[in-house]
Design a protein around this ligand. Structure first.
Ligand code: FAD
Ligand code: MLT
Ligand code: ZN
Length: 472
């Protein structure tokens, strides 16, 4: 270890932005789910891209591994260091400036440490929508969103974070700065570096800034909760909305009875307004730039059609913004209710819509047969085929004891079904350290070897987030 390392960092950053004290480092060392706790030599808080580049150069010269970190809300342990105490964390929270909001180009240029919610607010002040939206938006950062290619609740209409990004600025593993901050909607000049770095979870480069797309702010939005009895009719309902509402459909989220029971247990004020505790509660949102009346009429017409076709058995349309928000809170609180309940086994998966019925029916059956009484907490962004298919032990059984014995076989069971249905083992949360092991089998030899070759070419010293996503 280079004995002058900290002194070299001090030549770049004011000492108060180099955290070496155990107490000061602690908040950066444990992930949101409290699944991973690591150690770090230091946590560095740079204020600009040049400082990030200079730090990386020092680390490259001394072969020190770097863990890039944003809001540390990720679910796969990607931003948590290992237990060696030899890695450093670069947290980008001080890089939180909006560089430019280009009204004519409908883009916003931002530093990586901007908090997602603050970007949405900044855009709204100018009459724009920044559509990326997820439960952690009050603390996750755009650099982290890009690095994980985050999804969330608006993907159905606006795509993943990748689809919202036009340009990137980043620091390579050698400490070079790549400036790709162009707000172009067309640019076919060779390999797409931007898309290579998006979703690479800090293993190929450190994102320092980005140019993101903006959209006109919708003027009318209607939100409804509907009850369905089975997944087959839920998919038919989605198809009906896709056909009749087309691009006005901006949200289609699914919550099972068991997911909402967990909400009720931990947040009793969050009652489902639908009658009789239905098997599936679906949250649907339509947004438009025309009058409120136009969208409401469309929503009512589609719901009537759905009732006539027996796709739904009950519906409540939010009568005002506060009720619409309460519907969304109910959906978002499932994650928090699960965290309160215990460390459930998470599966963030995507399945083609045509195979969802078969996946859920068969996987539910297998879980119930092999793990009698286990609770299936299934909810998610159904419009994208993205399920959060999570498993908790039977009531009264200790989470730790249950997971110790059953974690591996349950993951294997669920992922085998995902493969049968030609789905993905990570829809939106990424790979990090959580899914590192399963990646080779899931991607196949050729894809896995190509990924390895890319990692080796861009980071031959393996100093950027080593043993996350891929091991070389
Ligand atoms: P971090 O957790 O800090 O980092 C995540 C990964 O990105 C790590 O590998 C890290 O090394 C890397 N990274 C971070 N910043 C950079 C950078 N500047 N350059 C390079 N690499 C970097 N995710 C969804 O997709 N959809 C959801 O609906 C959703 N809902 C959530 C709800 C809750 C309540 C919580 C706690 C999380 C949720 N997440 C969701 C997961 C998480 O919020 C996202 O993955 C988010 O994009 C992570 O951003 P972050 O800034 O916290 O990144
Ligand atoms: C969500 O959709 O609420 C998030 O991805 C969080 C989760 O999976 O719990
Ligand atoms: Zn999600």
């Amino acid at each position: 270890m280079n004995p002058n390392l900290i002194a070299e960092f001090e030549a770049i950053l004011n000492g108060k932005y180099i955290l070496t004290d155990e107490e000061a480092k602690a908040p950066y060392l444990t992930d949101w789910r409290k699944r991973y706790t690591g150690k770090a030599l230091a946590v560095l808080l740079p204020a600009n891209t040049s400082e990030v580049a200079a730090i990386v150069k020092v680390c490259a010269a001394s072969n020190i591994a770097i863990i890039p970190q944003g809001g540390h809300t990720g679910f796969c342990g990607g931003a948590t260091p290992d237990s060696s105490g030899k890695q450093i964390i670069i947290n980008l929270k001080r890089m939180n400036q909006v560089r430019e909001l280009d009204v004519a180009n409908q883009t916003i240029s931002l530093e990586a440490g901007c908090i997602l919610q603050s970007i949405q607010e900044k855009a709204a002040e100018q009459g724009f929508l920044f559509p990326l939206s997820l439960g952690a938006e009050g603390s996750c950062m755009i650099g982290g969103n890009l690095a994980t290619n985050a999804g969330g609740t608006n993907v159905l209409r606006y795509g993943n974070t990748r689809d919202l990004c036009l340009g990137l600025e980043l620091v390579t593993a050698q400490g070079e700065i790549w400036n790709g901050m162009k707000g172009l909607r067309k640019d076919n000049t060779g390999y797409d570096l931007r898309d290579l770095f998006i979703g690479s979870e800090g293993t190929l480069g450190i994102i320092t800034a980005a140019v993101m797309k903006l959209y006109p702010l919708p003027i009318s939005q209607w939100t409804t909760l509907v009850a369905t009895q089975d997944i087959g009719s839920t998919i038919s309902l989605l198809n009906l909305f896709q056909k009749r509402a087309t691009s006005l459909l901006t949200g289609f989220e699914m919550m099972t009875k068991e997911s909402l029971a967990l909400n009720q247990k931990h947040f009793p004020h969050m009652a489902n307004p639908l009658k009789g505790n239905p098997p599936y509660t679906i949250l649907i949102e339509l947004s438009d730039h025309e009058s409120e009346a136009h969208v409401k009429l469309l929503l009512e017409t589609i719901l009537e059609e759905a009732f006539d076709a027996r796709l739904i058995s009950d519906a409540v349309i939010a009568s005002n913004l506060s009720q619409a928000n309460s519907f969304w809170h109910m959906r978002e609180h499932i994650t928090l209710a699960q965290a309160e309940e215990g460390a459930n086994l998470k599966h963030d998966i995507t399945i083609p819509l045509s195979a969802l019925d078969s996946f859920i029916t068969e996987t539910d059956r297998l879980i119930q047969t092999q793990y009698p009484g286990a609770r299936i907490i299934n909810f998610g962004h159904l419009g994208d085929g993205n399920l959060h298919y999570n498993i908790a032990p039977p009531p009264g059984i200790d989470f730790k004891a249950f997971n110790l014995v059953n974690e591996k076989p349950i993951h294997e069971l669920v992922y085998k079904e995902v493969e049968r249905c030609k789905g993905s083992i990570s829809a939106e949360h990424g790979v990090g350290q959580l899914k590192l092991e399963g990646l080779r089998a899931h991607k196949g030899e050729v894809a896995h070897d190509l990924m390895k070759a890319i990692k080796k070419a861009l980071d031959p010293q393996n100093i950027l987030n080593p043993h996350k996503v891929i091991s070389i």
